[in-house]
Unconditional design. Structure first.
Length: 432
């Protein structure tokens, strides 16, 4: 290891929100990777960075061994940022439409930051020794009580597709599936608001409304991402890559009995189970392109995870990376994620570009951190808000199979979009 980072433990536990608001809320290149409010597991990181080089990120060799045990968490400095959907689809050979408002890739180079272990309730300032000590002192001076997030003005979001048009597109997906062009298609749409949007306050509202283990805020001049993502896309540690695709969503039930019944129905649903297994097979194929032969396997299949607003059906696939695999090679094999395309992937992306007839932008991409040591943790850009100078947008969609019911799929989109839109102060348009 040539990493120069040091870790200075803070004397007492301080909530990441208080640290972010005290030190970084006004920084125009800041990040807050969030395990969620009142989290009891996982890690959060807050800090700021400088403009990073995308090619440098893609050239990092994925870690075969992260070296000595590092007490301050798996991220030891590197890059925090996002990769959008459209450029990745184009690199994979699919037609794509790029949007002008938000960069398709944005990475901050990060050398000093704060790390929070929610399980042990311990926190560290991390960075070159002098900087880490300075940051620890700054936390003690700046962190304090935080006022609740402000309330936004109430507006109605503008849809990319009316619900009846989206239902028509679902039927066109089913026609293409019937013709044998695909066997699953992740059809998406977008909801937009115009006017000034404050990224920090929006993210604070979002995490209160829809807490998630891979939430995050990445703020940069002209564009920001606020996410409450429940889906870990790729994790690399000690030469092992893992992906945890989500396929299958239900809104929470009213009361414990109804809620348990909803979760049981989701896990038993023949359509949702088939949809999830299709993507598991696709991800096994994707990872096999960069993993050692025979090492790719399914660690967990069709598990129900529960969040404040929804139940999700989740599986886990992992493999041992071939020595020398770079971040760029890993993303070339696995990104865009199968949970956001459908299968077969190239055919699905081609069909979806024709049907959606508009860019996805950052939505359906991925975000998170890539370490200087080759470890990484990237989440899917879902349940997210993309902020740009003219306003903001929320993407949502769902996997379409031959057995999909159009009305149920339209309702699922509404369930997924409702939380992020509420954080913007926006209501779903009529009919949604």
């Amino acid at each position: 290891m040539t990493d120069p980072s040091h870790a200075v433990e803070l004397g007492e536990w301080i909530e990441p929100e208080a640290v972010f608001m005290g030190l970084f809320a006004d920084d125009d290149r800041a990040f807050w990777l969030d395990a969620g409010p009142a989290a009891t597991t996982g890690w959060s990181w807050v800090g700021s960075g400088t403009p990073g080089d995308v090619e440098a990120v893609m050239g990092v060799v994925c870690a075969a061994d992260t070296g000595d045990e590092w007490r301050a968490g798996p991220f030891r400095g590197g890059w925090v940022g996002w990769q959008g959907y459209d450029d990745a689809a184009a690199r994979a050979g699919a037609p794509a439409r790029r949007e002008a408002e938000v960069p398709g890739a944005l990475w901050l180079r990060v050398t000093s930051f704060l790390a929070f272990d929610h399980d042990a309730r311990r926190a560290w300032a991390v960075g070159p020794e002098v900087e880490a000590r300075r940051l620890a002192d700054a936390v003690r001076d700046a962190a304090g009580a935080v006022a609740p997030p402000s309330s936004p003005a109430t507006v109605v979001a503008r849809p990319r597709h009316a619900p009846d048009r989206y239902a028509d597109l679902i039927e066109r997906c089913r026609e293409r599936i019937r013709a044998g062009d695909a066997y699953q298609l992740c059809l998406t749409t977008r909801f937009e608001v115009t006017g000034r949007v404050a990224p920090v306050e929006t993210f604070r509202r979002l995490r209160e409304l829809t807490a998630a283990h891979h939430g995050g805020l990445i703020a940069a001049p002209g564009a920001s991402l606020a996410s409450a993502s429940p889906e870990q896309f790729l994790e690399v540690r000690d030469g092992i890559v893992r992906t945890r695709p989500i396929k299958g969503t239900r809104p929470r039930g009213a009361g414990p009995v109804a809620d348990a019944a909803v979760a049981a129905e989701l896990q038993a649903s023949e359509k949702e189970r088939a949809e999830n297994v299709m993507i598991v097979d696709l991800m096994r194929n994707d990872l096999s392109r960069v993993c050692e032969p025979g090492s790719v396997g399914v660690d967990a299949l069709l598990e129900v995870e529960t969040y404040p607003a929804v139940h999700q059906l989740v599986s886990t696939v992992s493999g041992s990376l071939e020595p020398g695999t770079t971040v760029g090679a890993l993303l070339a094999a696995a990104f865009p994620a199968g949970s956001m395309t459908g299968a077969p992937k190239l055919s699905a992306m081609t069909i979806l570009e024709e049907l959606e007839a508009a860019p996805r932008g950052v939505f359906a991409g991925c975000f998170g951190w890539v370490g200087v040591d080759g470890a990484l943790d990237l989440a899917m850009v879902i349940r997210s808000i993309v902020v740009h100078p003219g306003g903001a947008y929320v993407g949502a969609g769902g996997g379409i199979t031959w057995r999909s019911d159009a009305a149920a799929e339209v309702a699922e989109v509404a369930v997924k979009a409702r939380g992020p839109l509420a954080a913007l102060g926006a209501a779903l348009p009529p009919g949604w």
